[in-house]
Design a protein. Structure first.
Length: 212
């Protein structure tokens, strides 16, 4: 591990856990931004157990829509939410980060040679800047329950099945019993909800997640 003032570079999840376990144990406020649950659950193996008991703690987590594609991961989010954690979903790109008590920031880096790098930051000025980025992502995200309700309201599974079938919009609209304009609007909203830039990408993500 190479240390430069109050910025520490760590290689690999094992070293990250070794260096930060005590910080997690002492934390009373945890803010997390990630594309999915794999980034930090691997980096901190005891996190799932801790998340079952968040009383007295402030826990906020922001994820991208893909985290809901895996039924097991989606259920995990519902469980930790039931235990007091606040979960939100965002379609925007986010920096994978954990903030502990607004004093420590852990930023996930790229994989190099199959090993992921992490940066542990304790500089007050840097942590404050990262905290500000997290707050912006948090306020721009949607509550988990509301997001899932919208997914259901749109008839997302039915729409995805129609997209996968390759039928024309007119045919799909008739099959779902809605007008053409309504169908196209729902498709556009579903794409936005999934963070997809095309119908093909929306269908591909759904298939990968086992939704189709």
């Amino acid at each position: 591990m190479e240390k430069v003032t109050d910025v520490v570079m760590v290689r690999g999840e094992a070293e990250l856990f070794e260096r930060t376990a005590h910080l997690f144990e002492a934390a009373t406020e945890i803010s997390c931004a990630a594309r999915d649950l794999h980034t930090w659950s691997v980096a901190h193996p005891t996190a799932p157990a801790r998340e079952q008991s968040v009383r007295g703690m402030t826990v906020r987590k922001v994820y991208q829509p893909g985290v809901l594609f895996d039924p097991a991961l989606a259920e995990h989010l519902r469980q930790i939410s039931a235990h007091g954690a606040r979960i939100r979903i965002t379609e925007r790109e986010i920096n994978e980060t954990i903030l502990l008590d607004r004093r420590i920031a852990i930023v996930a880096g790229n994989h190099v040679g199959g090993v992921r790098g992490y940066t542990v930051i304790s500089s007050p000025a840097l942590v404050q800047g990262i905290q500000s980025l997290f707050e912006a992502a948090w306020h721009g995200a949607t509550d988990l329950e509301s997001y899932q309700a919208r997914f259901t309201e749109l008839g997302a599974r039915e729409i995805l099945e129609q997209l996968a079938s390759g039928c024309k919009d007119e045919t799909a609209a008739r099959a779902l019993g809605v007008g053409l304009r309504t169908y196209r609007r729902r498709v556009a909203e579903l794409m936005e909800l999934l963070g997809a830039t095309s119908r093909f990408q929306a269908g591909a993500r759904a298939r990968e997640a086992g939704l189709l």
